[in-house]
Structure formats: C-alpha cells, structure tokens
Design a protein around this ligand. Structure first.
Ligand code: CU
Length: 493
C-alpha cells in the first residue's frame, strides 16, 4: 500500500515536472513573440521625425520582458518548492492559489481518512499546507469522527491536545489518567478535553443514532503533525508493540512468546479502530451495571468536560441562538487556547457581520445548508499585485456554500456573515484559535461598533450629518442574528 503510494508520488512528480518544463518552454516562446510585437510597434508607430525615440522604446520593451520573465520564474520556484500538498497543484502560481479561496475546506481537503462500516475518521489537511495565510494556526488541526450505533473505538492516545464537541448522538468516553480511570456519558452539546498522551476510548451506546464528533487538535510535538498511538485492534501491524523485538516484549511482560503474541495480535485482519460491540458490552461500558450515576469511574472526577449549553445563550432571538464557552467557564480550554461558539441560525436568517479581535475562527458546519460572505484584504492585494494593502486596503468578497462537513477559516479581523438557507436551520460549531483575550464585535444591529462612535467621528468619516448616519446604523435593533435576504424578501424599506 505504502509502496504503491510511493510509486504514485514518484510518477506524479515526474509527469508534473514534464508538464512544468513544457509550460516554461511554451511560456518563453510566447514571451519572445510578445517582445517582437512590442519592438515592431516601436518601429511602426514612431515617426521619422522622432527617430531617436526608437532605441528608447525598444529598450523599454526589453526591460519590461526581462522583468516579466523574472517575475514568472520566481513564481515557478515558489511552485516547485511546494511539493507537500497535492491540492496546491502544480500548474497554479501564487496568485491563483490565493484566488481559489483558501478559506474553504471541502471533502477533498480531508487528507487523512479511515472509512469502515462501523465508522469513519476524517482529518483536515494542515491549514498552513493550504496557504501561508494560516501560518499563525499551523499547530492546529480539525477533524470529524462518526461512529455507527453500538460501536467501540479502540483505546489510543495522541501527541496532541484534543477538544471534542459532541455534534450528534450519545455515548461514553473513558480517559485513563495517571492514577484513575474515568468514564463519562456524553451527549449532544458536550465539550471534552483529552490531554496529549492520555489514553482514551469511546463507545457509541445508542441503538439508533450515529455518534458525531467535531474536534480541534493542538499538536504538542511537530507543529501541525499528528500521530496516533495504539495497541491496535488485533492486527499486529497497527500495534506499537509490534515495532519491538519479540525478546524485548517477552522480557517486559515476563511471558513466553505465545502469550506475547496474544498482546501484539495474531490475526491479520482489516486495520480497524471501530469494533461492533454486543449489547452486554455496551451496557457495561456505559456504566449501567455498575449502579453508579454519571460520572462513574475509579475516582472523583476532575474537570475535562462541560456542555456548550451550560451557560445561558449569549445572544438569542427569533433569528438565531449563540452559545459560548471560553476558558473562564472551562479552564481546560487554556491548555489549547481555544474558545467555542455554537451558532444555531434560524432558516432564512443570518449571523453578522461581525469580526474577532484576536482569534482565528474555524467554523465547522454540522447541520443545514447555507452560505458565508467575508471581506478579505489579502485576496485583493494578490489580484492587484500591489503591496500597499497595509495603508490603503481594498477588500475582496470571499464566499461559498456551506453544508454538513464544510470547514471555513475566518482570520482575525475579517468581517463575516453566515447565512442559513430558507429550508432548514444552520448549525455551526466555531472554534476560536489563539483565543486568549479574544472578543467579537458586531458590525451591524444592536451594540454594533459604529453605534459607539462620537457624532463628530461619524460626521467626519461618512461626510453626512451624524443624525442621518445614525438613522441608518440604528435602524436594525436586533443583536447579531437578523432576517436574511431570503426572509426579508422585497418587503424591506
Ligand atoms: Cu484575508
């Protein structure tokens, strides 16, 4: 399998190199032709009386094409250095890479995946592999896990801090801490922190519902690189014990070879972390036969968990509900520097425009269909190829459809609107990365940033009397969630 993949990578690189050299050749002959036309124009358009203008004209043609060639070659180097992510593509230059909207991640951007009958895990590519715009969040990764009813997920630990949000279903999660084992029943809306190196196992205890988890992982070793450690699921190849020699394992456990083999695994079965469990096993794992209530385990509980519904909603009106949890409510979030927002946007309504002061927000769409729009100064900077953005910015609209499984990254400061379709509510879990001291500010509606400006500031900025400006910015009196364009119809006015 691995070998095949290597052959493919080798072959693909070879083909890509051929394609690139073809493009360069084509590019340079095209460029020569362009220069010839430029020089011919100098000859034809400059009259006899301006004969001394000709050399200057020709020289400017040469200079322009020299510069252009240099710019293109630099673009090439950029591509060639960039062999890590296939999504970036070989034919794309830097400008195209930006303009294909690096903020939206669809199914094909989940580069690590395991799909079986009993469940699936999908891990999103490294954010910084997609675009250098995400270097600030390179340590984070996002993933989804889905387990069918009555499924056990074999114990494992990671070299990353994990924050789990239960998006659907219910189950049991068990953490093996240094001096205790703790099991907790989990249900929709729960948030769970699994520290790096702590062994965890999960059970979907429901008879009918799928257990769906949306996760944020914060790597603690190689930035953005995730490794999972497991004793496997009966298959020797998936057990880390298998990497040691028999003699070492026999000595470590003080057993004979036959017994050691049982631990490592015997049958070469499909590598599968999902196991179908019997009703009795489920009952036991769920703690039902232990006669104890939640949480149950060997010792009194530490924190590690909360619910997004623990606090009253921070915003709620007919157009939507926002629940938030930060490190003040749930100290475990400090370890990962993440804050959590759960948007339930009423069908036909929208959230925002708003922006985050310090956090980069990763939005994971759980249910419903919708759309988002964002104002981005980066893309505009790339299209116009000017680098004055910091002083005199222009904003490009970034937008995309949203559906179950879509992930969108909203960088710091970028104003964004999330809109639910007219068909059903849109549920979005937002993880604010690097959330330390983050705040979000609404840009319209009640409590919007503009409404706090002084009259003079409004007047000078907009060039209208303050009262007129206020009439516009105070008209909308709801907070954060508004009727969307679909619900307003043409009745606005
Ligand atoms: Cu941007």
């Amino acid at each position: 399998m691995g070998f095949k993949a290597k052959i493919c990578v080798g072959f693909c690189l070879f083909v890509a190199t051929l394609l690139i050299s073809a493009t360069i050749t084509l590019g340079s002959s095209e460029s020569n032709q362009e220069m010839m036309i430029c020089k011919m124009k100098c000859e034809q358009t400059i009259g006899i009386d301006q004969e001394d203008e000709k050399p200057r004209c020709i020289k400017s043609c040469e200079k322009y094409h020299k510069e252009k060639g240099k710019w293109e070659r630099e673009g090439d180097r950029g591509q060639r250095g960039d062999t890590s992510g296939s999504e970036r593509g070989w034919g794309n230059d830097r400008q195209q890479r930006y303009s294909d909207n690096p903020y939206v991640f669809e199914d094909q951007h989940f580069t690590a995946r395991l799909e079986t009958e009993q469940g699936n895990v999908r891990v999103l590519q490294k954010f910084s592999d997609r675009s250098e715009l995400f270097n600030g969040i390179e340590k984070y990764r996002a993933s989804f896990l889905e387990a069918e009813p009555q499924t056990f997920i074999v114990p494992n630990y990671r070299d990353a801090e994990a924050l789990i949000f239960v998006a659907n279903g219910q189950g049991t999660i068990t953490l093996i801490e240094r001096d205790s084992r703790q099991s907790h029943n989990i249900k929709r809306g729960d948030l769970f922190h699994v520290p790096a190196g702590i062994t965890v196992y999960l059970t979907n205890t429901d008879n009918n519902e799928r257990l769906v988890l949306a996760n944020i992982l914060h790597s603690v070793s190689v930035p953005g690189d995730l490794q999972i450690f497991s004793v496997g699921g009966g298959d020797p190849e998936s057990s880390f014990f298998n990497a040691f020699s028999h003699e070492v394992i026999e000595a470590a456990f003080n057993v004979d070879r036959e017994s050691a083999q049982k631990l490592i695994g015997q049958q070469k079965q499909q590598q599968d972390i999902f196991k179908k469990a019997t009703k009795e096993q489920i009952r036991s794992l769920a703690g039902e036969d232990k006669g104890r209530l939640w949480p149950f385990g060997d010792r009194k509980e530490t924190s590690r968990h909360t619910s997004i519904y623990k606090n009253k909603p921070s915003v709620a009106n007919e157009n939507g509900i926002l629940h938030e949890v930060d490190s003040k409510d749930f100290p475990d979030l400090q370890d990962i520097n993440v804050a959590v927002s759960f948007f339930n946007i009423t069908r036909g309504s929208m959230a925002g425009p708003f922006y985050n002061t310090k956090a980069t927000q990763v939005l994971m769409i759980l249910n419903g269909v919708g759309r988002f729009e964002m104002a981005c100064p980066h893309l505009s900077e790339q299209t116009t190829r000017t680098h004055t953005g910091e002083i005199n910015p222009r904003y490009e609209q970034v937008s995309s459809e949203l559906r179950h499984g879509t992930v969108v990254v909203i960088p710091v400061g970028h104003p964004v609107v999330i809109e639910a379709s007219g068909e059903q509510n849109l549920e979005v879990i937002g993880f604010g990365l690097n959330s330390d001291e983050n705040e979000w500010f609404p840009l319209a509606g009640r409590e919007n940033v503009l409404s706090r400006w002084e009259d003079e500031a409004l007047e000078l900025t907009f060039g209208f009397p303050a009262q007129e400006v206020k009439r516009v910015i105070q008209k909308q009196n709801q907070k954060l969630f508004f009727k969307g364009p679909a619900r307003r119809g043409r009745a606005s006015g």
